[in-house]
Design a protein around this ligand. Structure first.
Ligand code: ZN
Ligand code: ZN
Length: 332
């Protein structure tokens, strides 16, 4: 007959296993029902000749189990790692930058456990793709980060002299050695052309404050703290109306907002600075999505989302091929 102690250990193990399992189960975040007029569309006067273009630099090999609650281990999700180029007459912006030429060296400085858990493939750094496409670098006004994590900023050293817009809170946490957490110290390069910003504009689509980058309502950032202290969402409005929401790592795949499924508990503990903050902002974004069904939500690591964007011309597809539907083989 097993001793009381053994029974207690078994019961404890059972409880722990149950807790781990339940952390992966679907559990949609409840969202208050709002009427269709809950968010009047913000005023905007965007120029006619804007364009939004995907610049994939590689992938991080993951699966849906890791990405959102209710996802399957067998549902392979190669996370998009890259940028979006927003063309604007006042100056183009790159939203995030993805893998750069130095990624392998940068990655080798990260914590060993993180290295063990992470397998990535580099396709081509953004700077080389832009050059191959014949892009005029003098048009690039800034790189605008959704947040200061390695996979969103690795390519910064490839763009010397280009200003890097980042929320002041995220820059502070990036430069603070006590805030590096599980991702380890920042890359050895810390002296970029930082252009930290605050949100000096009023409420926007239910978010408390905003920053209107060019003053025409075409590119508007709002604070979305949680994944990192200074994470943001970037709304892009073209002449056709409000079109895109670049939500960074608020969710990793669209299911995070469509099904309102948070990251599984284990991923949350691993990746989120403040899971409650992330949940609050998932609720806000889910309300925006419900109110504006035509909005294209672009989580930073969802290939399906980037498939809805334009493409760079003349970029050859040597190197890796991203899994569908970002089908680089069909690039001109
Ligand atoms: Zn991140
Ligand atoms: Zn990320």
């Amino acid at each position: 007959m097993p001793s009381r102690f053994a029974l207690a250990v078994l019961a404890g193990m059972g409880l722990a296993a149950g807790a781990v399992r339940s952390g992966f189960k679907p559990k949609p975040v409840p969202v208050p029902q709002l009427g269709p007029d809950a968010f009047p569309l913000p005023e905007a006067d965007p120029p006619d000749d804007m364009d939004v273009i995907a610049v994939p630099t590689g992938v991080n090999h993951r699966n849906a189990l890791y990405a959102y609650r209710g996802g399957s281990y067998f549902d392979r999700r190669d996370f998009y790692i890259g940028a979006a180029l927003v063309k604007h007459p006042q100056g183009d912006l790159l939203l995030d930058i993805g893998f750069g030429r130095g990624i392998d060296q940068q990655f080798s400085t990260m914590p060993k456990l993180f290295q063990k858990m992470t397998k990535y493939s580099v396709w081509r750094p953004a700077v080389d793709q832009l050059a191959a496409a014949g892009y005029d670098m003098s048009r690039l006004d800034a790189i605008l980060l959704t947040h200061a994590h390695w996979d969103h900023m690795s390519g910064l050293p490839d763009f010397p002299g280009v200003r890097v817009m980042v929320s002041r809170r995220d820059l502070e946490s990036y430069l603070n050695p006590h805030m590096h957490g599980r991702f380890g110290p920042p890359f050895s390069e810390t002296h970029f052309e930082w252009d930290p910003f605050d949100f000096d504009g009023g409420p926007y689509l239910g978010f408390p404050r905003s920053l209107d980058v060019y003053g025409d309502g075409s590119i508007v950032c709002v604070p979305s703290p949680g994944h990192t202290p200074g994470s943001i969402v970037i709304f892009v409005t073209t002449a056709a109306g409000l079109k895109y929401a670049f939500v960074g790592d608020l969710v990793w795949q669209r299911e995070g907002l469509i099904r309102r499924e948070e990251r599984p508990l284990a991923s949350q503990m691993w990746a989120d600075f403040d899971a409650n903050g992330t949940r609050t902002n998932i609720i806000k974004m889910a309300q925006v999505v419900a109110a504006i069904p035509e909005l294209v939500v672009v989580p930073a690591h969802d290939q399906n989302a980037f498939a809805d964007l334009g493409r760079l011309p003349h970029v050859k597809t040597d190197g890796i091929t991203l899994q569908n539907p970002v089908d680089l083989a069909k690039l001109p």
